[in-house]
Design a protein around this ligand. Sequence first.
Ligand code: SAH
Length: 355
Amino acid sequence: MAASPSLPPAVTSLAPGDLESLLEGLGQPRFRARQVRESVFRRAAASFGEMTDLPQALRESLGRALRVHSSSVETVRRSKDGTVKLLVRLEDGRRVEAVIIPEGRRTTLCISTEVGCPVRCVFCASGLEGLVRPLAAHEIVEQVLHARALLAADGGKRNLTNLVLMGMGEPLLNYGPTAEALKALRDPAGIGLGARRITLSTVGIVEGMDRLAEEGHPINLAVSLHAPDDATRTRIVPLNARYGVAEVAAASRRYARKTGRDVTFEYVLLAGLNDTDAQAGLLADLAEGAHVNVNLIPFNRVEGLPYEPPAPERVEAFSAILRKRGVAVHVRRRRGDDIDAACGQLRLKAEKAGA
Ligand code: SAH
């Protein structure tokens, strides 16, 4: 998205060559561009003042000619379980969420790729109001930089080890910016996250899944299946009318084959809708022997929606059926309940409050 006329450009939004030209315009040698980019991307500097490898006068003139980021962290909420939620305010006043999830030695960040979501899965808070707008590549990347700066400010005891594109939005319907962001996130001279530490979650946009594999992004893929048959899936994921279960499962297998990475089927368990023994059996048929893991996610209640998570015994019975069939299955634990860390809920609250 273009910066509004009154605002200087953000370093994150400039191509390296454009940053060089801008610095040359300030009478600076070209290598300054590399220094600035290293500060921003490698060290997650949040201001020019922190770039102490630059002369004081230059830090001041950079502060007038540029911004470090286009977005800012509006609110930080910390859960008792260690989960930290960042409400990020974009340049146009829109908001997205990013969540830091510490788990043993891992620290995973969950980021958003769109404001709102056009897909409208029936149980999901992000799609309730449809798509507001897709994010630009630098707006996706900035969520990672904000999280790293926050972890550093917390004393640096934790570093981001994993990244999941599982926040608001459908990344494969915002393919160009998402792919560009992935390139920046993996750049060894910058943020330097390994492909194996990145997971993209999609509702199953088949062309996007194929393109991702072909364009050499060997990241992990999670596919939101949510039902093993078309009748049920169409009730839950309206887009199933376009990309049906068989087609999505076939694209998942192609992805695993092409990239050598396992694919995960995400399956949000909704009481009485998709949680029967028969459905577990059908899901096992799809996952068995196909380099596919299953991630069962008991539904996280959303205010105003009628769905409920199944009782714990039902979740256990469902997963036991998969396990017996030799499918690798994982039941996702709830995190950050006390801070609305689930799926678009904090942003919705902020917007409703008219903040
Ligand atoms: N659009 C992508 C990524 C964003 S959603 C996708 O559909 O995969 C990330 C995951 O969170 C999806 O599996 C989604 O179905 C799940 N999710 C959304 N709302 C949820 C809720 N209230 N409870 C549990 N899981 C939810």
